[in-house]
Design a protein around this ligand. Structure first.
Ligand code: HH2
Length: 260
């Protein structure tokens, strides 16, 4: 799944694809690089991000969804708002990628596939002091509950996603990655999105023996390593900014899995 953020403030590519033509061209390029899904988002959910009014989010994403969908691209709409999800599906999106895991009814009513992601709190406050008893069990139970509800609401294709970086410390994120098999064992296909996230900046700085965290655009090694890890541990899809490198990883992982 390749990312197209039509936002001024996304943590790694904010402002690069705010212009509709640039966003559409980027989506087409990612398809050419073999992304199966293009995830179009009009609201940053990075820590401390401010919510975007519904009209503004619609203005950002709908022309991009329409253009890509009319090319035959499988478009996913990354939103927490029912009105945006509905309009995007009407414009041709086939999947609702919902970081709030609350839009199952819209997916059921529109016939779209649905991604339920786990987040503790909301983006404004989620990284303040996230705490869990057992992060893996709590995330799994939450996701199964939301995914079962989505199925009951008539959704034909339901994905689950641990929500790396959404109300989680580095240790929580690592615990979830280490125990991905617990999510895979639920039977729901698992989507993982680590690409360029802050945990990878922290780990890169540790590797470099420095305090300076590399910027989001300079976290490719960690993005690739965690994508490969996720795929080898049973994830069915990874959400990434750098599609060509990720496709190569997928190819290598597929071969390794087939040989195993
Ligand atoms: N992470 C981001 C956005 N959408 N969707 C799913 N299912 N899982 C994720 O982990 C996830 C997501 C954050 O990344 P990005 O879109 O690059 O940044 P921003 O939210 O700042 O636009």
């Amino acid at each position: 799944m390749g990312v197209v953020n039509v936002t001024p403030d996304s943590f790694s590519d904010g402002g690069r694809f705010l212009d509709h033509e640039a966003a559409i061209a980027h989506g087409r390029a990612l398809v050419g690089q073999r992304a199966d899904w293009i995830d179009v988002g009009g609201e940053s959910t990075r820590p401390r991000a401010e919510p975007v009014p519904v009209d503004e989010e619609l203005r950002r994403v709908i022309p991009v969804v329409e253009a890509l969908a009319s090319d035959g691209v499988a478009v996913s709409i990354d939103t927490r708002k029912a009105a945006v999800a509905e309009a995007a599906v009407a414009a041709g999106a086939r999947m609702i990628n919902d970081v709030s895991a609350s839009l199952a009814a819209v997916a059921g009513a529109t016939g779209a596939a649905f991604v339920a992601m786990h987040m503790l709190g909301d983006p404004r406050t989620m990284q303040a002091d996230p705490a869990y008893g057992d992060v893996v069990t709590e995330v799994r139970d939450f996701l199964v509950d939301r995914a079962d509800a989505a199925r009951a609401a008539g959704v034909h294709e339901v994905w689950i996603d641990p929500g790396i970086g959404f109300g989680k410390t580095l240790d929580h994120n690592l615990d979830l990655l280490a125990n991905l098999d617990v999510l895979v064992a639920t039977g729901y296909p698992v989507l993982v999105a680590t690409s360029r996230k802050s945990m990878l900046g922290t780990l890169a700085a540790r590797a470099d023996r420095t305090r300076s965290i590399p910027p989001a655009g300079d976290r490719l090694e960690g993005s690739i390593a965690t994508a490969a890890w996720s795929l080898l541990r049973g994830a069915s899809m990874v959400r990434v900014h750098e599609v060509p490198a990720s496709v190569r990883v997928l190819e290598a992982c597929d071969r390794a899995l087939a040989a195993a």
